[in-house]
Design a protein around this ligand. Sequence first.
Ligand code: NAD
Ligand code: ZN
Length: 345
Amino acid sequence: MPAIMKTKPAYGAELVEVDVPKPGPGEVLIRVLATSICGTDLHIYEWNEWAQSRIKPPQIMGHEVAGEVVEVGPGVEDLQEGDYISAETHIVCGKCYACKHNRYHVCQNTKIFGVDMDGVFATYAIVPAQNAWKNPKDMKPEYAALQEPLGNAVDTVLAGPIAGRSTLITGAGPLGLLGITVAKASGAYPVIVSEPSDFRRKLAKKVGADYVINPFEEDPVEVVMSITDGAGVEVFLEFSGAPKALEQGLKATTPGGRVSLLGLFPRDVTLDFNNLIIFKALEVHGITGRHLWETWYTVSSLIQSGKLNLDPIITHRYKGFDKYEEAFELMRAGKTGKVVFFPKE
Ligand code: NAD
Ligand code: ZN
């Protein structure tokens, strides 16, 4: 079968032919119906510092997936051939202090497929049964695959009340775009988005942003203050990982407001904590991964409600993996929302 593999410790990846794997104890084999590229895959492709320290080539890439179970390994009881599943990509230990407190999303022994083991950019893939999430049969495979990153967006947006609340989103990359649609579907108003890329600001509008700001041309704090009559936003959701956006967002948040931080900063960030957080009595949430499994229930229901506007976010759809290089390069250039591969039969 064809698979996108990180073959060497260097930039890029290769499309290779490999054998269809056999599911071991506690595992299932799926036929991949849809699989999307995550920012993490891009880091592995680019071979950045983090990837160099974590990835051991050769390894099949990818982790966001929807597929049909075609073979069940020994000891798997609650899945069978024909089940239509997606997968939580964090394989948690169930034994550490965090897991014992039901905080599986911060398990200290987490392994990730496509990172610590072979992934899903292939026609068939192995999924640990404990990580499978059963989908309703009528959910589109591309939506089912997006549930994993949607989980990040849902945990960011819904870490506190949002209905009827003014909201600032910084960064409209794939995750910020998912955040916009979750915020809109949950009744946030107005949703104000700060994003320097023209392409992504246009996408943000299509997805449902009420206002968009180019932070390189206007001051987002001033724009937010004028939209909110000087009050600032109730909710600030950080999806960019840009230190400047963090500072602007904190300034634009109303005293007593709520802040959720998902973006990962490239370096230590210096901030006026006293004036931007403490004296404003802000409620600040760090967001990582997704809650197991509460967030999956929320994501699945949100998709089934029909209220999410996912189609404009999926900007690129590829049949097969042949054009994988084009897909990765477009994503590197910031010229995409989510990119989805549909393996050929
Ligand atoms: P991305 O890099 O595609 O998107 C970031 C966006 O922010 C880009 O569109 C960029 O133009 C925009 N941006 C840059 N500077 C800005 C500024 N000053 N103001 C506003 N916007 C600005 O990344 P993504 O895949 O959408 O992921 C978003 C962030 O979430 C990344 O930092 C990623 O590392 C992080 N992430 C965190 C977790 C977690 O569990 N905490 C999981 C996945 C991703
Ligand atoms: Zn654990």
